[in-house]
Ligand binder design. Sequence first.
Ligand code: GAL
Length: 702
Amino acid sequence: MRKPPATGPAASKDSRRFISLAVLFAMLFCALGQSSAQAAPTAPPPWLGAAWYPEQWPESRWDADLQLMQNAHLDVVRVGEFAWSALEPAQGRYNLDWLARAVRLAEKHHIAVVIGTPTDAPPAWLTRLHPGTLRVDAAGRTAEHGSRRQFNYASPEYRGFCAQIAAQLARRFGHDPNVIGWQIGNEYTDESFDPATRRRFQLWLQRKYKTLDTLNRAWVTAYWSQTYDRWNEIPLPASAGNPGLLLDHRRFVSDTWRDFQQVQIDAIRRFADPRQFITTNIGGLGWSDNWDHYEITRPLDLAAWDDYVGEGHLHVDRNAAMHDFVRGWKRRNFWVMETQPGSVNWAPVNTTLDRGETRAMAWQAIGHGADAVLYWQWRDALNGQEQYHGAIVGPDGSPLPIYSEIGRIGGEFQRAAPALHGTQPAAQVALLVTYDSRWAIDFQPHSKYYDQLELLLDYYRPLRDEQLTVDIVSADAPLDGYKLILAPSLNVISQSLAAHLLAYVQQGGQLLLGPRSGMKDEHNALNVQRQPGPLAAPLGGRVEQYYALDHPLPVAGSLGAGSASLWAEQLSAAAPDVQVLLRYGQSNGWLDNQPAMMTRRVGKGSITYLGAVLDPELMRQVTAWAIARAQVHAEFPGVPAGVEVCRRAGADHMAFILINHGAVAAHVALPGPMSDVLHGDRIVTAVDLSPQGVDVLATGKP
Ligand code: GAL
């Protein structure tokens, strides 16, 4: 466990950690425009933690659990997020004393606490007495008690109960020195399709469009006589429907979850110290699409997600990309609020991560900008729906085999804290995404094989193979810090987004657009310029036609030769200074010898359009060309295959996290002498990593 701050020369490392923590908090809350207050008694990040459910266990057992956590160097527990019936056993009768005792006991063990509001699991009395708070699914069925997520996210009545329990908790724990933050609810998941929510959707549309004429025009409702004469004729779509209606519905769902969340933020902020952060844990195996993550995380102090592998083993690139995506929500470091201690219970086959893989996965999170990793869950619950889920200690309260690996991670986090202090990944390259584009393609994929996450990874992988740090950000984020921007499927490009991208290019940025870019406007209507819509003019060319493919086609040009599959667009160049970089070979007649990729210098930068999904090797050539043109420099050259290097940069120092995901040992020659943080800070010029091996190296003075 990490000692509390001490004084005197012998304690200099500990004091340094404490100072770092103070600085970190100061930075965090200055950034929030709030004053810093006394920090919780923990050492600085990275932090290790677990979801702990004291309400499920006799109080006499808590101390032993916390002692085991302390021995494994856990810094933080998340508590309370499903404990509503224990916190408010009957309407208006609160019992928070047990939680207060749990918080104090955790403090005794130098373990800080994040309190989850229990609003993902309303108690039976609530839904019995107030059935209007229950969710109605798309088929019109009302949810029942007995699981969780049975509440209606749009119900003002339900939100009222949420505000009350959140306020009660904040009043009691908002100044508690051992409570460092709050989690609102748990993995916002299911929307409701009840009549009142439908009415709210109609009002939302009325506020947005003001008149039905405007709405009818934007959605082109003349199509199939969809023209609306009254607001209450507009349906709440479950799946199929007019593309404009569908897109607005996803935005409505995002706004509704955001408002659901805001009610609790307001309730907590009335009482809580500014030093306590407010977050929520976002689930859905990474890039879930039920609502807009940028919208939901904007009002939060911290982004946090739940990182599960499920069946099989760590998908190195996919998981790395998801961390980078999460970091992009608020464009700063984040937390992994839940991850699996070995295995889950909900995959088709609940395999366990290999020995060492949990550690590699934890370090990967830190490498990509996590400041905390919390395991779900600490101890096997005796009953309930998740008896088979991985845990750190068993039902008897004694360690499971994974306990020692988690303790090792905790010790290493502690050793690496000074080197990681004040650092975050800093990228020269960014991938752009938007939820509008994601949804617009998902509503009409045109090929069932067109998988936007896979396409994102097609662009991401070759960049990471060069060990480049990659940001994944919303297309409307500030872009001026990047030398190269890649937008794999930016399907919706409005005039204002086009202006934003063009300004980036004019100032010297290199923009590479992928297939399906710019097809739609902000109402999900077709752009009349054809693809890439408002960017067709600056590109000096456009897409003549797109083709969903059932077999690969040859592609070749100055960047190499290979194939296109799934999707191919026939491009045409109108401006004389457009350079065609790739063409299709003999294929379906329409595409034969037609441009597949073209580029044009614009202002001080360039716009490039790639109309096909390429094979990995040709994609590598494309990204190599783009990297060279943008003068993006390798950050850590000469790394053997299977080894991942993550770079976190501070003001005057740098930390590198090296992970061998490969099956064989790897020898890595370093670009210069570095301090080996996990091995006594000795200066090294090379490291050897066993399979699943990890090392942390530092340069400069932390
Ligand atoms: C998460 C959820 C947790 C737990 C976990 C099991 O999605 O937030 O409460 O159910 O899954 O993997």
